[in-house]
Write a protein of this length. Structure first.
Length: 386
């Protein structure tokens, strides 16, 4: 999954710590990864940042299905052959975590979604909605239970195989969260305690920002790319946001986006965005996908089972908030614009992909709305926050 959905409010504040912030941003894993460190000397911060980016680069090299030479690509090429593929320990750990996430979400999160990648294309000038027949045929290949792992004796490495030809594993819904957690570990090993690591919509905020909690803004799913509708104070936790506004096209008034429901192999329809606060970035990323697909009060119950909490904007623009976060949010209700209202509107360059389709299955656009369903609505402030 790609593109930034969160913005950090890093306004300068008078505080006891005199050290300036050290910030570094680099393109990795199909997005821009940034690290900000405060309260440390420049030399210590730079050393920690370099170690963190080394950990991030390792994840990109090993777990990218876009790199032909990666171990994950080798696994995908062997799908259906019956041949086991030997994998390094870190990839095995991520695959185990992905399968456990699949089981705990009853398949709402499924790393074998990638069999659908060439059907749902959002990088074309005139995207095409796949036919029902094509989706039905390909959907049989989306099943995490057909991904087998065989642990190696005396090692964290493993062997893996995919049961059917045409199956593919895509770790876009978990690898960035895992990478953020590895960067956090590297920064802490360097003696750093106050920092933020962000990779697209996945973020971990450690310690404080000069004595105050880090303030994280959540993007309005129908606002401008830099427009937030809520903010949340975060300390030593991860926040991940999944939204229907990054890679999408509109056809016949219907928004088709990249967050596909593995049960139907079509873009999920319950939500506009889902933000999950969790103990680790990998948990938050898995849960934000599952919560987006499930939607509503059921999604809140799901994330609560992981000791996490969520802020959802449903398909009609209503706010759905975990009770644990109801009094921690600041902001307003999200904008109530529908998919149909955006049909002729392109986002600015670099903010996502929005195309018109040549054809589409008939379906109705979600009607606009901005009423709260569960948990109180955010009080409107009349100001944009980022």
């Amino acid at each position: 999954m790609t593109a930034t959905v969160l913005a950090l409010a890093l306004a300068a504040r008078a505080a006891a710590e005199p050290a300036a912030a050290t910030t570094e941003a680099r393109p990795l894993m199909g997005t821009l990864v940034s690290i900000t460190v405060v309260g440390a000397s420049s030399r210590t911060a730079r050393a920690g940042v370099e170690a963190a980016f080394a950990a991030l680069d390792r994840v990109d090299r090993v777990m990218s299905e876009w790199r032909a030479e990666s171990p994950l690509s080798e696994l995908n090429r062997a799908a259906g052959s019956g041949r086991w593929t030997s994998l390094p320990a870190d990839l095995c750990l991520v695959l185990r975590f992905a399968l456990e996430g699949s089981r705990r979400t009853a398949g709402l999160f499924d790393p074998t979604w990638a069999a659908l990648r060439d059907l749902w294309r959002f990088d074309q000038a005139s995207p095409v909605v796949p036919s029902d027949a094509a989706l039905q045929e390909r959907c049989t290949l989306v099943d995490y239970r057909k991904l087998e792992l065989d642990p190696a004796r005396g090692s964290a490495a493993c062997r893996a195989r995919l049961a059917e030809a045409g199956m593919q594993v895509g770790l876009g819904g978990v690898a960035k969260g895992w990478a953020v957690d590895q960067a956090v570990r590297a920064l802490r090993s360097a003696g750093l305690r106050n920092f933020v690591v962000q990779a697209g919509g996945d973020l971990y905020a450690a310690g404080s920002n000069r004595g105050r909690p880090w303030k994280i803004s959540i993007r309005d799913p129908r606002g401008a790319p830099d427009e937030a509708f809520a903010s949340l104070a975060v300390r030593d936790q991860a926040l991940s946001t999944s939204g229907d506004y990054e890679n999408f096209f509109v056809a016949g008034g219907v928004r088709y986006h990249h967050l596909v429901d593995p049960r139907t192999c079509r873009p999920a329809t319950a939500s506009r965005s889902a933000s999950v606060l969790a103990r680790s970035a990998v948990e938050a990323e898995i849960l934000s996908k599952a919560a987006f697909i499930l939607g509503g009060a059921a999604a809140l119950d799901l994330v609560a089972g992981w000791s996490a909490a969520a802020v959802l904007v449903d398909a009609e623009g209503r706010l759905v908030v975990s009770p644990a976060l109801a009094h921690r949010l600041g902001g307003r209700t999200p904008r109530p614009r529908s998919a149909r209202a955006l049909a002729g509107r392109r986002p600015p360059a670099g903010t996502g992909r929005h195309r018109r389709a040549r054809r589409a299955s008939p379906a109705a656009a979600s009607p606009p709305g901005a009423r709260a369903r569960r948990g109180p609505s955010l009080p409107p402030t009349g100001r944009r926050r980022s």
